[in-house]
Every structure is written in structure tokens, then in C-alpha cells.
Design a protein around this ligand. Structure first.
Ligand SMILES: Cc1ncc(C[n+]2csc(CCOP(=O)(O)OP(=O)(O)O)c2C)c(N)n1
Length: 534
């Protein structure tokens, strides 16, 4: 007896999601999505209200990234769906597994009703791996297919559009037992791996570039590969911590972070880039047109101007096999290695009335546990966090870098804290990003999450201010008079503090860590330092 017989589409979707291990559903409802919400509630999933659909999409995708099982975000039709767009685009370009469900006006009145009618499935097609309307087939099969699609490389978002009348209609049910869909078999190409090995053997100064396609489980195999060749490595921001950044072969963080000119010079000094899960979606410059590249990855990354000699397959086996094929190490000269390491060394600015952002980041790092999880938002502070925050373990650093969308930092911290209630979680954000996502404070309080948010307050969208000035324009529409973030936090029922020195900031963070309480810490920073570092 098929236990799904007689269920409607909403119930079938919810049951299938739950059967696939989906435990969390985030969103902001409208009346038309009610049947789906009720079905999720009955299927024992946690249904969580967010203050904006973008937060729902961001929380769910970071949760999916950490756990490997997609979480769900939902929205109502029309404006609810359009509000999901930035979060979905973020999942698309940051390669994060995510399943979204939006309502749609009833199928029966679609042709006649124009109020709130947006062709949601078409709107989301370019920013999802698949975008489709529920109704003409078994929703259980469809949900399972979509979950597999969201997870398989490159991971990404899938959109399911549920017309409100279809939600309550009986779902056609395939009689046979539905097996969980199998992952595609990973074919390993030994020939390409050997060609790649030969190319590495002919190189004099290879440089590893480890990117977001490297799964956490491959960390140890990748470390063996790097240490076997004894060549230095760069990481991209989205995979910070995959190898410890106090490793003697670590030469910095590539892809548009602070000190990018120095990183590009390091890249130019190499005669071969060995990409490991490197995805050019993180590169804001096309240095790969001038430098020869080889790469291992789970899917081909060849696109645009990036055409490396690739070996495609399971990343753990590829890294392990390649390490086994390497006949002799190829280290860089000691002096050069040291010089490239030193070039990134920067001393925080001491002049200026307010706190140095770099000094603050270094101070926070020394206070925060080695395995603590940190997220950041988008802006000047992100470029410093990417380069100067030291990460030591896989999965301990999160930023938006494919889309680079403001608003990412706090939802990402919420996801991390929900997955790891016992671990220290901190989000470092600009004041612009904080204001954009202030509604998330409601959720932090509601779920009693001991997240520490540090706001680098400079009363400016500083990255854009700098960009305008570098283009020869006076600053326009970038400066603002921010609120007192400590009192804002109080208004939300969260502890708020203001620190005017690095030592005060460290003390506040230490206290919050000790008492495991949430904290919104405002630190007025000196934006002049950004002009020197970004
Ligand atoms: C949603 C979105 N809108 C606009 C931008 C363009 N943008 C990039 S950084 C930035 C400024 C962020 O300001 P703030 O949060 O104060 O951080 P800061 O630059 O001062 O560190 C803006 C507007 C963006 N990336 N994402």
C-alpha cells in the first residue's frame, strides 16, 4: 500500500521533502502558500518565519552548504517570489544547494487574473538549475529529482512553483515504491590525470589555487597533494580554512580581496596554476588568460576565457591519485616563498580618531576560538576579512563571493548557529549591510541564538565611496547617518554594546562567548584605512 495515495500536491511535496531529510523550512507567507506551510508543519519540519524572503533563501542555502542536505525557502506569489530573487541568485553563483517553493495564482484563473501575476518559473529560470510549475505529474518524484539536482555538482538552487488550487488537488501517485534518486556515477579520467601530472612535472614553479568546488571531505587529500608537491597554495574566499592558513605553504587569498595586486603578482610568478575545485565565478579578473592552468574538479569549469587542462571526477580520489602520481616535489625557492608571504603583512593604521578595521579584525581573531565560525557581509570589510581573517578549519568561514550580495552575513550566521548550537558564531558586517538586514535580529532573539554581530560603523557604503572617488567622482549617495546600533539592539531585546577601542571590543566578545549570549557590538572604524588596503 502506497502511503502517499490520496495526498494532495502540498502534502506530497512536504512528505517527500521530509523523507529526503529536509528538516528546516524558512520563509514569509501569503495566503496562497498556506496549504504548503500546513503540510510542512504536519510533516514535522521546523517552519520558521523570516523578516524578508531574501533572508529565508540565504539561511536555507548556507544550511544546505554546511549539511549537504538542502533546506527549503518559501514565499508567496508575486511580491513574495520576487523578493526571493537575490537569495536565489546568490545560491546560483555561490554554488549552494537550495530548494525554493513559491505560490502562484490558481491555475484555473491564470489566464484571466492579472493581479499579482508574475510568470515566476520564467523569471527564475536564468538563476536556477531548474524552475518548474507543480501540477501535471507526481510531486514526490519531482521533489526527489529536484533535491538530487540541487546537490549534484555544481550545486545550486531549484525553484518549484505551486499554484494555490493545485496545492489542494490530489497528486497523481506512481504506484511503485519510489527509490531515492541515485547520484550520478562519477567517472574518473585517469588519462587526463596522467596528462595533468606530466604538465606539472614540466613546471618549475607550480602554484595551487584551491577553490569553492573543493568539498570539505577532500581537505585531507588536498593537503597530502599540496605537501607532496611542496608547491605553495592560494585559496579563494569561499573555501577559506580548507587548509590551515598558518601552513608554511600558504600564500594568501585570491580573487579580489585586499592586497589583490600582490596576489596577482604571486600568480604571475608561477609558471603553472594547479586549480583544485577552482571556479572562475569567484575571480573578478581574468588573470587566467595569461597563465597556464591545469585543474581537478568534479565538473568541468571551462567557460569564457578559462580553459584549463582538466581531470574530472571524485575530488577525494582525484587529489589522492594525483598525489600518488607525483614523482618529485617542486618547491619554490625559499627566499621567494618568504618574500611572497611577507608581502601580505600589514600593520594596522594607528592615526585617526576611530578604530583601525584591520587592527579590529586581528584583535577579534585572537579572541575568537580557532574552530569558531565567522561570516561576513559585502563591502570594504569583506575584502579585509577575506585576506586578513585567519581560517584554520574547513567550513569555518562564509561569505558571498559569486554574487557578492550585501545582506549575506547575518543570515549565514543564523544558519551556522542553527546547525552548530554549541559552536561560537560571529558575523562581521558593515553598517550598510546591518541596516539592510536589521529584521534578522527578531529571528536571532526568537530562536535565542548566541550569535555575535560586530558592526564596523563608518556611516558610509565605504566600498562604493572609494570606487566613486577612484573613478574621479565626488562621493554621492554613499554616506548616511547611521543609528546607535547598541540601542537598536536593545529595542530588539538583544544585548547591544559600543566599543571605541580594540581592547573594549575584545572584552565584549569574550563576555558574550563566556555567557553564550547574543551580542550586537558597534565599533566605529576609520574608513581611511580601507583606501590603503582595498
Ligand atoms: C544587494 C546589494 N546592493 C548593492 C551592492 C553594491 N555594494 C557592494 S559593497 C557596498 C557597500 C556596503 O556598505 P557597508 O555594508 O557599510 O560595508 P563597508 O563597505 O562600509 O564595509 C555596496 C552598496 C551589493 N553588492 N549588493
Amino acid at each position: 500500500m502506497n502511503r502517499r495515495r490520496g495526498l494532495n500536491h502540498a502534502e506530497t511535496m512536504a512528505t517527500s521533502l521530509s523523507d529526503c531529510g529536509v528538516g528546516w523550512v524558512f520563509g514569509l507567507p501569503g495566503g496562497e502558500i498556506s496549504a504548503f506551510i500546513e503540510a510542512c508543519r504536519r510533516a514535522d519540519m521546523r517552519v520558521v518565519l523570516t523578516g524578508h524572503e531574501n533572508s529565508a533563501a540565504l539561511i536555507a542555502q548556507v544550511m544546505g552548504q554546511i549539511t549537504g542536505t538542502p533546506a527549503v525557502c518559501f514565499a508567496t506569489l508575486g511580491p513574495g517570489a520576487t523578493n526571493l530573487a537575490t537569495g536565489m541568485a546568490n545560491a546560483f553563483l555561490d554554488r549552494a544547494p537550495l530548494l525554493a517553493v513559491t505560490a502562484q495564482i490558481p491555475h484555473s484563473s491564470y489566464a484571466s487574473l492579472t493581479h499579482q501575476r508574475i510568470a515566476v518559473e520564467k523569471m527564475f529560470a536564468p538563476i536556477t538549475k531548474r524552475s518548474t510549475v507543480i501540477g501535471d505529474r507526481d510531486s514526490c518524484e519531482l521533489v526527489r529529482e529536484c533535491i538530487s539536482l540541487a546537490i549534484e555538482p555544481r550545486p545550486g538552487p531549484v525553484m518549484l512553483v505551486l499554484p494555490s488550487d493545485v496545492a489542494n488537488q490530489r497528486c497523481p501517485c506512481s504506484d511503485g515504491k519510489i527509490e531515492p534518486s541515485k547520484k550520478r556515477s562519477q567517472v574518473q579520467h585517469e588519462d587526463s590525470l596522467l596528462r595533468l601530472r606530466d604538465r606539472i612535472a614540466h613546471s618549475e614553479r607550480p602554484l595551487f589555487l584551491i577553490g569553492l568546488g573543493t568539498p570539505m571531505v577532500a581537505a585531507s587529500a588536498v593537503r597530502t597533494l599540496v605537501e607532496t608537491l611542496q608547491a605553495p597554495f592560494l585559496v579563494t574566499p569561499k573555501v577559506k580554512g580548507i587548509l590551515p592558513e598558518d601552513h608554511p605553504l600558504f600564500l594568501g587569498v585570491a580573487s579580489g580581496m585586499a592586497m589583490d595586486r600582490d596576489i596577482l603578482e604571486t600568480i604571475r610568478m608561477a609558471d603553472l596554476i594547479v586549480g583544485v575545485g577552482f571556479d572562475p565565478v569567484e575571480a573578478d579578473k581574468t588573470w587566467f588568460t595569461e597563465t597556464e592552468c591545469v585543474a581537478i574538479d568534479s565538473v568541468s569549469m571551462a567557460e569564457g576565457d578559462y580553459h584549463p587542462l582538466e581531470a574530472i571526477g571524485n575530488m577525494v580520489s582525484l587529489a589522492g591519485d594525483l598525489a600518488g602520481f607525483i614523482e618529485k616535489p617542486c618547491p619554490w625557492p625559499d627566499g621567494l616563498l618568504e618574500e611572497r608571504r611577507q608581502v601580505l603583512h600589514r600593520v594596522p593604521r594607528t592615526s585617526g580618531g576611530s578604530v583601525s578595521p584591520l587592527g579590529l579584525i586581528q584583535g577579534l581573531r585572537s579572541t575568537f576560538p580557532r574552530n569558531g565560525i565567522v561570516t561576513c557581509d559585502v563591502g570594504s570589510h569583506k575584502l579585509l576579512m577575506g585576506q586578513f581573517w585567519r581560517s584554520y578549519e574547513p567550513g569555518t568561514f562564509f561569505m558571498s563571493n559569486g554574487l557578492s550580495g550585501m545582506g549575506f552575513g547575518i543570515p549565514a550566521a543564523i544558519a551556522a548557529q542553527l546547525v552548530y548550537p554549541e559552536r561560537a558564531v560571529m558575523s562581521v558586517v558593515g553598517d550598510g549591510g546591518m541596516l539592510m538586514m536589521a529584521h534578522d535580529l527578531v529571528l536571532i532573539r526568537e530562536l535565542q541564538l548566541p550569535i555575535i554581530i560586530v558592526v564596523l560603523a563608518d556611516n558610509s557604503l565605504s566600498l562604493i565611496r572609494i570606487s566613486q572617488e577612484r573613478r574621479g567622482y565626488p562621493p554621492c549617495a554613499v554616506d548616511f547617518c547611521g543609528p546607535r546600533f547598541d540601542t537598536l539592539a536593545d529595542a530588539f531585546g538583544i544585548r547591544g554594546e559600543k566599543a571605541t577601542t580594540i581592547a573594549e571590543a575584545q572584552l565584549a566578545v569574550e563576555r558574550a562567548l563566556e555567557h553564550q549570549t547574543s551580542l550586537l557590538l558597534e565599533v566605529p572604524v576609520d574608513l581611511q584605512e580601507y583606501y590603503e588596503l582595498v
